[in-house]
Design a binder for this molecule. Structure first.
Ligand code: NI
Length: 228
């Protein structure tokens, strides 16, 4: 009997992981992964299946792990890895500085959330990782991030380094069609990631998540975790 239950659970976990992967590969540009995943779930289980998110906070399905280490370059030109943020929680947003609306809005919201954390804010490092490393060089990032929050880290890297970190966070990005080689837009998924000191994503916040809700959720997770 136990064997049967274990087997069933394993099959279910595999199925959910597969659906998430399928949603990742098939979601439309601009469509959030939560929406895409919800759609795939609905296709399999029927329309009654709830999207695993509440008030914009997406809980990762069991068996799905996002996040990990990275090799990037900070806005002051210094090479950094996840070890430079050891013991820290991070709020990470992926975007590009030439983004006309979504990225500035989300970075502004991220800055607001950091300020709302009060004394706990010191345990959380906010970071902006560019998915347009060709144009977003360190000096350019330095100017950009300073407009949002004094503690906001701007991270760039080689094309390969950015691809590697984006893969770990399942970030979708692609250059939008443009005849111009230097003046172009990027399509990209838009989530704010809460990452624990173990470099694993704890929560994803959709763009429509209220800042108060995000701050409350992060405060809860920081208080529940042992002080680092
Ligand atoms: Ni953007």
């Amino acid at each position: 009997m136990l064997k049967v239950i274990r087997y069933t659970v394993a099959v279910l976990l595999l199925a959910i992981g597969g659906l998430w992967a399928h949603a990742w590969f098939t979601h439309a540009p601009g469509q959030s992964m939560a929406d895409a995943f919800g759609q795939r779930l609905a296709q399999v289980f029927g329309q009654d299946m709830q999207v695993p998110s509440a008030a914009g906070v997406v809980q990762l399905p069991p068996g799905i792990s996002l996040g990990g280490g990275f090799n990037l370059t900070r806005q002051d030109g210094v090479a950094v890895t996840e070890r430079d943020y050891a013991g820290q929680w991070m709020l990470i947003y992926f975007g590009f500085t030439y983004c006309p609306d979504v990225c500035p809005t989300e970075l502004g919201r991220m800055a607001d959330v950091i300020d709302m954390l009060g004394p706990l804010a010191g345990r959380v490092t906010p970071a902006f990782i560019t998915i347009d490393p060709e144009r977003d060089r360190p000096d350019h990032l330095a100017d950009y991030v300073s407009r949002f929050h004094p503690r906001l880290q701007g991270l760039t890297g080689t094309t390969e380094q950015i691809a590697a970190v984006a893969r770990q966070f399942r970030v979708f990005y692609a250059r939008a069609n443009s005849p111009n080689a230097t003046d172009y837009l990027m399509d990209h998924s838009s989530f704010i990631y809460l990452v624990g000191p173990d470099n694993r994503v704890r929560s994803l916040f959709r763009p429509d998540t209220a800042v108060e809700g995000m701050a409350r959720m992060i405060t809860g997770q920081l208080r529940a975790a042992a002080p680092s």
